[in-house]
Design a protein. Structure first.
Length: 179
């Protein structure tokens, strides 16, 4: 997530930032050096959180290095996103490979993960020994949150599915399978 405006960066960092999943919080500070008036913030996590994550400033004032108030900070709209999930499976018969992605997302009303119908998912592949993932196909899940693609590659490949982020759901990339 990137915040480019001075107000957002100042509100989130100069005052401190509380965030996290339940029972998890952190604080950080931002210094504007050499008269800089803008800053960029990128927040990331190693795993998608389950449930809501909301970032909220912990102070109404931005302070200088001596702790003197230098700005009145306005409220920053919270960002709430939920986790997505996916699995990938496949089979290879003869020279034909079928890859199946099953996609879901955390539904706060159900307080559970549910299947995600009509969701566009990108299938990728890579050649054994390579580190570069290549585009294979964009597929859309059916009414039970699954999408399949069949093709005839020249040899065994590694496959994964990538669920893109949107305004309310985090992105997700499956572990790779070999078929």
């Amino acid at each position: 997530m990137r915040y480019k405006s001075l107000l957002a960066a100042t509100a989130l960092l100069a005052s401190g930032l509380a965030f996290g999943t339940p029972a998890e919080a952190a604080q950080t500070k931002l210094e504007f050096l050499n008269g800089d008036r803008f800053a960029q913030l990128e927040l990331s996590a190693f795993v998608s959180p389950i449930g809501a994550v909301t970032w909220t400033p912990t102070s109404t004032y931005g302070t200088d290095s001596e702790g003197d108030n230098v700005a009145v900070l306005k409220p920053v709209p919270s960002v709430t996103k939920y986790a997505s999930s996916a699995t990938i499976s496949g089979k290879r018969v003869g020279g034909t490979t079928t890859v199946v992605a099953t996609v879901g997302y955390y539904n706060p009303k159900a307080n559970a993960f549910v299947r995600w119908p009509s969701k566009a998912v990108t299938l990728q592949y890579k050649v054994p020994g390579s580190t570069k993932w290549l585009y294979l196909r964009k597929v859309t899940t059916n009414k039970v949150g699954q999408a399949a693609f069949t093709w005839t590659p020249r040899a065994t490949r590694y496959y994964r599915a990538v669920v893109p982020t949107n305004a309310t759901i985090w992105d997700f990339t499956t572990a790779a399978i070999s078929k």
